[in-house]
Design a protein around this ligand. Sequence first.
Ligand code: GDP
Length: 193
Amino acid sequence: MDVHNVDLTISAVEEKQYPKTNYPEIALVGRSNVGKSSLTNTLINRKSLAHTSGQPGKTQTLNFYNVEDQLFFVDVPGYGYAKASKASREKWGKMIETYLSQREQLRGVITLVDGRHAPSDDDISMREWLKYYEIDILTVATKMDKIVPGKWNKQESLIRKTLSMSQDDALVLFSSVSKKGKDQVWDWIEGRL
Ligand code: GDP
């Protein structure tokens, strides 16, 4: 998609604030600092529309970005954040779960994992949870520019194995520095609109 216009429509803290439009929605989830803002900015050709996080895990809103009046990117705050209080974590967990399991406009979820390491226990739980709800998943391994190309295959195998992915499950190796994988991510998104 050739993207020129993107606006943050709403940073929602509760369901009644979600957009009333029927545009398809693609959610992005991952641990704080995994590179979610950087991926979003790469996809929409911006340097800084989606804030790259200064304080990981502090944002507790669902951010709906209107892309060309055709779809919403829904930025789901990073899981595994330590700073928020237990009470706000529990409240927040419920809001995410309800959104991801019940939102009719949701067409798929992009889950980000740090391409340099084996996926974490949180990454594994998130994937299992999304599978349980039969949500369409694209896994994006970020920061691949930090790994030499000769090790990409090995890293892909490690990620697939740790997340119990089959060869048919969608995985894109991505870098916001080199833009590697950008077109593949867009292809997956457009296949869901
Ligand atoms: P978020 O918390 O998931 O939104 O993560 P950010 O997009 O803010 O990125 C966290 C840090 O990782 C920042 O310092 C980014 O510059 C860096 N980063 C993100 N993506 C990449 C990437 O593809 N390559 C490299 N080298 N650094 C990245």
